[in-house]
Write a protein that binds this ligand. Structure first.
Ligand SMILES: Cc1cc2nc3c(=O)[nH]c(=O)nc-3n(C[C@H](O)[C@H](O)[C@H](O)COP(=O)(O)O)c2cc1C
Length: 185
């Protein structure tokens, strides 16, 4: 699927977004070119500047900044550049956005311009959130459209309670690297 190994990493508003830096580094280590998009909530946990430093372009947090006088609509260029978007961590809120076609931040806007079979989603949330009927339905809907879910893994979370943890950056990078040679549409 990844003949050119070009991937967008999308970060959303979970504490696990601090793993975004390691994820970008792990993907680069596997030979991927990486661009980063974030939600405003993700930027509460990790700065765009940090993510910009480990990707090939600036990390966007505002879709209205993804417009360039020379380059035009940056999100369109990014969506055609990338072979996949990895949303890691993916919040319950982002799952709802994707499930219902709400594309009002850089992460979902980019996803909306890519086929669903190019979406790789690594959720992270509390156990209570994960068991909400809305979340269960949203996961099921998004899966039915061809997206791939990576994890989550049950266990203790940063807040101290039990929850569904984002897969580790190395596990995500290894998975994506392993499907590098597979053919996609
Ligand atoms: C400290 C803190 C931690 C949070 N952790 C999570 C989380 O792990 N998973 C989740 O789905 N939402 C979490 N939330 C809630 C999301 O940040 C919130 O729903 C937000 O609107 C998500 O926006 P986004 O999906 O656009 O990033 C957390 C909120 C706070 C304040």
């Amino acid at each position: 699927m990844f003949t050119n190994k070009k991937v967008i990493v999308g970060l959303t508003g979970s504490v696990a977004s601090v793993k975004g830096l390691s994820l970008c580094l792990a993907l680069r280590h596997c030979g991927f070119q990486v661009r980063v998009a974030m939600t405003r909530s993700a930027s509460k946990f990790v700065t765009p500047l940090t993510l910009s430093a480990v990707s090939t372009e600036r990390a966007y947090t505002d879709l209205w900044e993804m417009q360039d006088a020379q380059a035009g609509e940056v999100h369109m260029e990014w969506a055609s550049w990338a072979e996949a978007i990895v949303i890691a961590p993916c919040t319950a809120s982002c799952l709802a956005d994707l499930s219902h076609g709400l594309y009002n931040n850089p992460v979902t806007l980019l996803a909306s311009n890519m086929k669903c079979n190019r979406w790789f989603i690594a959720p992270a949330m509390s156990q209570n959130m994960w068991e909400q009927p809305a979340v269960i339905e949203n996961v099921s809907r998004i899966k039915s459209w061809g997206a791939t879910f990576l994890g989550p893994k049950g266990g203790s979370v940063a807040s101290g309670g039990q929850g569904q943890r984002m897969l580790e950056p190395n596990e995500i990078a290894t998975y994506l690297n392993a499907i590098t040679s597979e053919k996609g549409e």
